[in-house]
Design a protein around this ligand. Structure first.
Ligand SMILES: [Zn+2]
Ligand SMILES: [Zn+2]
Length: 614
């Protein structure tokens, strides 16, 4: 008996299914009509004891009196989905659908179903009366009290983009002229589920993490915000997906290293998972975004190198590299320290041989050859000098070269990068609303004195897609002239976290593990960068600390790490002509400080500073 094919037992009282009815819902109704205590009494054969929608669908379709030959096509498609995309027995529901007919719609069972496209409302997961999960398996007498309550749950209108996303998910329907999908080559049900899972998962990437964790999508209320963001990305205006990529790339990513890593992971995963022709347009946008924003090359060969002859030629010695490419050796050292160019060190007894990865260098060469001062950079963006100074060393720019003795006395920026930033911001611009303020107006009247570093926070919010810039005229490009919806802006401003992300000098000394006086020396002499807040106090950002650690090594820390005494280290370094940074100053720092690049050159000590905390 148990080995036989699954069949539906014909009960005394019969009924027909609804066109979009969950097979289990139909079985439960049938059990109720016949006063059976469980719906499984209606099944016989192999698989009667498990929930297998595909099997149930086939079984019901093979039953001539159940009406399943007249169901909608998406019912079959949902039943055929892998379990991972389905809530097998927990009920999600639309109260308005239940007011019309009391049965479970198959579309509700999709893990990522969030709304009822017909009634334009959000779906619910819990009973409004007892706030508990509901099972679709139970017959009337076990839960009649809750069942009556479900239809009374609040009907909460869902945004248009979310309704479009729901229609897309269930039926593959697209609003016309959606440039992100090809009407003649639409993704299948399973592809649509996978795309949404992927996009939602990435929206949940944690603060300063490179990859998102696995997501459960248990209750609609738990991922409603992300669902709206995802819907806005795919089903709002032309720039929605671009803004989504900005969010993934920059939101909760406070420094360039992590931003870059994220983009690389996202790009690779997206291309691996969505190689089908139906995702061609989305892939095109991702690629465009990646090309505009990645520092490194993005093909496989740039991260994996094997020792075959052809690839070895991709590396030049340090000397050959700066001569061949016509840049100063100090500039090349700088980009290596900043990890913008991949470098391979070979350590021998007395010297270190460094090789530079040419594709990296070629990629940033246009930036290095077109370095501009901060004042010009501010002009390109269309911001004041004071506003620009808030952006300095905040993680907004990849090419930001601080002033340095023997190198250049002012901050330097890359003209191509600044042009790309302005283009990037403008590509994400939406149409204006009835109550818009220009950024210039916001800076002058709306934000003054309300938050620290207001311009920096505003720009970060724009670049990470938290605030949408708007404009009425394509000619408008400069930041000051772009607009933001007044209401959206106020909501953002009111939601800002009050805790500052920067530290005082005292706090910075704790972060560095050195005393306060030494920290003041580091700040005052420009080894540790800082900014001035509105109360005229010196403040230090995480990027400043990171930069300091990338550039310098404190002798006492090196001694701790290597378990070699400080005196011995000085003794090792002197014959190599490696001296502390204040070697030529008469007024010495309280502790000895070396440049990290110098220590990296030594065969004995490099390993203690090789792996930096990021
Ligand atoms: Zn409904
Ligand atoms: Zn209840």
């Amino acid at each position: 008996m148990t080995d036989a094919q699954l069949t539906l037992i014909c009960p005394p009282v019969r009924t027909n299914c609804f066109p979009d009815e969950n097979p289990i819902s139909f079985l439960v109704r049938l059990a109720n009509l016949n006063k059976y205590p469980v719906y499984r009494w209606l099944l016989s054969g192999k698989g009667a004891g498990t929930i297998n929608y595909e099997l149930l669908y086939r079984t019901l379709l093979a039953t001539d009196w159940a009406g399943y030959e007249q169901t909608v096509p998406e019912l079959q498609a949902i039943c055929a989905l892998p379990n991972i995309h389905i809530n097998s027995s927990r009920l999600r529901y639309c109260p308005l659908c239940l007011q019309e007919e009391s049965y479970w719609r198959m579309g509700w069972q999709l893990k990522l179903s969030v709304a009822c496209a017909r009634h334009q409302v959000w779906l619910h997961d819990l009973c409004p009366h007892c706030q508990k999960d509901q099972s679709i398996l139970k017959v009337d007498e076990n839960q009649s009290e809750c069942l009556e309550q479900l239809a009374n749950a609040e009907a909460i209108p869902a945004p248009l983009s979310v309704l479009r996303m729901q229609q897309f998910l269930e039926e593959g329907l697209l609003n016309q002229d959606n440039p992100l999908f090809d009407a003649n080559n639409q993704p299948t049900m399973v592809e649509r589920c996978e795309l949404m899972v992927f996009m939602l998962k990435w929206l949940g990437v944690g603060e300063d993490l490179a990859k998102p964790a696995r997501k459960k999508f248990e209750y609609v209320s738990g991922f409603q915000d992300k669902a709206i963001q995802c819907a806005e990305a795919l089903f709002s205006d032309q720039s929605g997906f671009w803004r989504y990529l900005q969010t993934i790339h920059l939101f909760h990513a406070s420094y360039i290293g992590i931003q870059q890593k994220r983009l690389v992971y996202f790009y690779r995963e997206f291309f691996k998972q969505f190689s089908a022709p139906s995702f061609q347009s989305l892939r095109y946008v991702v690629e465009n975004y990646a090309v505009m924003n990645l520092i490194r090359d993005i093909t496989e060969k740039h991260t994996l190198f094997t020792p075959n002859a052809k690839k070895v030629q991709l590396w030049y010695s340090f000397q050959k590299a700066y001569k061949e490419y016509g840049i100063a050796s100090s500039v090349l050292s700088r980009v290596i320290t900043d990890k913008q160019v991949n470098v391979h060190h070979e350590y021998a007894e007395k010297y270190t041989k460094s090789s530079v990865y040419r594709p990296d260098l070629e990629k940033i060469l246009p930036h290095l050859k077109r370095l501009i001062p901060a004042s010009f950079a501010a002009q390109i963006l269309g911001v004041t000098k004071a506003q620009f100074s808030q952006l300095q060393n905040s993680g907004c720019f990849k090419f930001e070269i601080p002033p340095r003795r023997d190198y250049c006395s002012t901050w330097q920026y890359s003209q191509p990068e600044l042009s790309a930033i302005i283009e990037n911001i403008n590509r994400g611009a939406a149409p204006i609303t009835t109550a818009c303020l220009t950024i210039s107006q916001i800076m002058q009247y709306q934000i003054q004195g309300r938050i620290e570093m207001p311009f920096l926070q505003l720009i970060k919010a724009i670049l990470s897609g938290q605030l949408v810039v708007r404009k009425s005229d394509p000619q408008i490009l400069k930041i000051r002239a772009l607009s933001i919806d007044a209401e959206e802006f106020m909501r953002w401003l009111n939601n800002l976290r009050p805790t500052p992300e920067y530290a005082s000098v005292t706090e910075a000394s704790k972060l560095l593990g050195v005393n306060e006086e030494f920290t003041y020396q580091l700040v005052n002499r420009g080894y540790l960068h800082h900014k001035i807040d509105s109360r005229n106090a010196k403040v230090i950002f995480p990027d400043h600390i990171r930069q300091f650690k990338q550039d310098y090594v404190i002798l006492s820390k090196l001694s701790e790490e290597s378990e070699i005494s400080s005196a011995k280290i000085v003794e090792i370094l002197e014959p190599l002509e490696i001296f502390p940074v204040d070697h030529n100053n008469s007024y010495k720092l309280r502790q000895k400080l070396y440049t990290r690049a110098d220590i990296l050159k030594t065969s004995l000590l490099y390993r203690y500073v090789q792996y930096l905390p990021e």
